[in-house]
Design a protein. Structure first.
Length: 130
């Protein structure tokens, strides 16, 4: 019974350490930019109006997209997707979806990495706030 609080404290300290941001990772006064200004090689705009923006992502195996800012939106995997989103604080979110599956993603700042050996093709439908 005494072991449970000790394990809980240890788990909490490990989680906190994973979220700690080393000072050299993100310089002061750094502004996170839109993905189209950061990486037009992997992303392209398919459609935009006052409510949504539709982006297409093509990543070969083990390729990455630099850190950028994204709005809330829907990932639509056209081919199987196995992506890792990493925020500037080091928080990691892995997403694995089969062909044609979707997942809602809250907006934020992250980089994306294809964890698979095959190419990922995905559509990202960003919602714009009023």
């Amino acid at each position: 019974m005494r072991l449970i609080p000790l394990l809980a404290a240890l788990a909490a300290s490990v989680l906190f350490a994973q979220r700690a941001l080393p000072p050299e990772v993100v310089p002061k006064n750094f502004t996170f930019r839109d993905v189209l200004s950061v990486d037009r090689v992997h992303y392209r705009e398919e459609y935009e109006n006052d409510k949504v923006r539709v982006l297409r992502l093509n990543l070969k195996g083990d390729e990455s997209v630099p850190v950028h800012k994204a709005l809330d939106g829907l990932f639509v995997c056209l081919r199987e997707c196995h992506l890792r989103l990493t925020d500037p604080h080091g928080y990691i979110q892995d997403i694995h979806l089969e062909d044609g599956r979707t997942r809602w993603i809250g907006g934020g700042t992250w980089s994306e990495k294809n964890l698979s050996t095959h190419a990922v093709e995905m559509v990202f439908v960003e919602t714009k706030s009023k």
